[in-house]
Design a protein around this ligand. Sequence first.
Ligand code: NDP
Length: 252
Amino acid sequence: MFDLKGKTALVTGGNGGIGLGIARGLARAGAHIIVAARNEEKSAAAVEDLRALGAEAFAVRVDVNDEPSVEDMIGAAIRQCGRIDILVNNAGMNIRKPAQDLLLAEWRQVLDTNLTSAFLCARGVYPHMKRTGSGKIINIGSMLSIFGGSHLPAYGASKGGLVQLTKSLAVAWAIDHIQVNAVLPGWIDTDLTRLARRKDPTLHERILARTPAGKWGDIDDLAGVAVFLASAASDFITGAAIPVDGGYSALG
Ligand code: NDP
């Protein structure tokens, strides 16, 4: 039910952090992995990591903000593997500023990277998934898909929008046997949150105190839900947004 042998997974931002944790999970379940990101050195290291798990893996350079670059990425994946069964829209970034200080260019950069990219990648893989008769799209949201944050206006808007995009694609493409779901990670120890903790020294302890599980998440904590949403086990689940947060969103 959870076997991904013979499947190809394209993971944006798969060269580190949550994307690499997800790629490792999919690789262990048997999928062939395409790591898509900008930093080629990091991507080469991720490919080595995945091959060491026994998976077939290769890297494609992409800037998900750039439409031609996304099209090239999908073309390269199809040339290499012939199919894309699983798309993980994970690439993301953040600019921490209150709305009154945020420049329009910064707003656009966050929205483009976190939200518009998911639309571009999903639209790009759709004809290939339709041709093979099935597909799985997993969008990586956030606790900011649910909650507000005083220094996160663009990030919150992008991650809230990603859940609504997930639902719209799920409704449109269910008939094509393409399931589209979102995962909402809680606070996970990655480069992104290390930067946030450097900027806000109280953040680490506040998250520990607010998370019922009493710990920050690890990148491998996202692997199980990704395998589930990428596999036949979730074939009747579409349009869902699943928190993976140690209970963070359940606490009133
Ligand atoms: P990282 O900063 O560790 O990873 C971000 C990834 O996105 C990198 O692999 C980076 O690769 C890639 N990326 C960024 N911009 C682009 C771009 N323009 N084109 C292609 N790839 C890009 O962060 P996380 O692992 O923490 O975050 C991954 C996702 O999870 C993000 O969407 C984030 O919002 C989300 N998330 C993270 C949480 C956390 O606590 N860490 C909590 C909730 C959600 P490269 O630089 O090589 O391009």
